[in-house]
Design a protein around this ligand. Structure first.
Ligand code: IPE
Ligand code: IPE
Ligand code: MG
Length: 239
């Protein structure tokens, strides 16, 4: 039985996907939404129990107003359509990030789907919307008193450690996504543009993850350490 995974995805490349086809950027975002649905369906069979998908960063407000409002509308309609699908497939959907800056329709859609899907036990899908990891960390720290330890910060963030992070679209950066939670995540960057990402690509990514050895600062598997230290030779070699 394979262990359960927390997969995080930076779904990047929608704009370029559209541009390559001579389409408006919003067509790329719509295709990106379809890609997310395919990946969500495929995830549980690969041992993924938590999937955090970056849908809109707090820095994405800098984009032209027409793109931002198109994205917000897409989000609202996506959530409205997904409630029934989530229920059918045992998906619990929640959002992370700020809600106070979202349009009313999007905020209501999040509240509704969170309530309707709260019993989903097969997959926890977390959509990061108006999300900034640095802001989330600052909020978590403000809630803590005294000298919190790592566990207290993790608890305050209420966000599990990431096992595998995939970023599509070719860029190799985190763009303020799950900075604390990715401390020991395996990182996988692919040129594949997000709308082209599907179950086959997910399968390959998880297989690559399973081949990697995670050491968390320890030694590779099968290496038991330095058998015995000859103090004299260490001192002599220092001159
Ligand atoms: C990611 O795709 C989706 C969002 C950031 C909302 P982009 O829109 O960043 O696509 P590119 O990077 O311009 O191709
Ligand atoms: C990160 O992509 C945010 C999402 C995928 C939602 P961006 O396209 O906004 O990131 P940068 O600007 O290239 O770092
Ligand atoms: Mg981008």
């Amino acid at each position: 039985m394979q262990s359960s995974l927390h997969l995080a995805i930076i779904m990047d490349g929608n704009g370029r996907w559209a541009q390559l086809r001579g389409l408006p950027r919003l067509a790329g975002h719509r295709a990106g939404e379809r890609a997310l649905r395919r990946v969500v369906q495929a995830a549980p069979d690969l041992g993924i129990r938590t999937l955090t998908a970056y849908a809109f960063s707090s820095d994405n407000w800098k984009r032209p107003p027409a793109e931002v409002s198109g994205l917000m509308l897409l989000l609202e309609t996506h959530l409205a359509k997904q409630a029934e699908v989530c229920l059918r497939h045992g998906v619990r959907l929640t959002a992370i990030g700020r809600r106070d800056r979202l349009p009313d329709g999007a905020r209501r859609a999040i509240d509704d789907i969170e309530a309707v899907t709260r019993g989903g036990a097969r997959l926890h899908l977390r959509l990061a919307i108006d999300y900034s990891s640095r802001d989330a960390l600052m909020d978590a720290c403000h809630k803590l008193r005294g000298h919190p330890d790592r566990q207290a910060v993790s608890d305050s963030l209420n966000s599990p450690d990431v096992d595998l992070l995939i970023r599509t679209g070719g860029e190799q950066r985190l763009s303020d996504f799950l900075l604390w939670e990715c401390a020991y995540a395996e990182l996988l960057f692919t040129q594949c543009l997000w709308p082209d990402f599907g179950p086959r690509e997910l399968d390959c990514a998880v297989a690559e993850f399973r081949r990697r050895e995670r050491r968390f600062g320890g030694l590779p598997n099968g290496v038991s350490g330095i058998p015995s230290i000859d103090r004299n030779s260490v001192i002599q070699s220092r001159g």
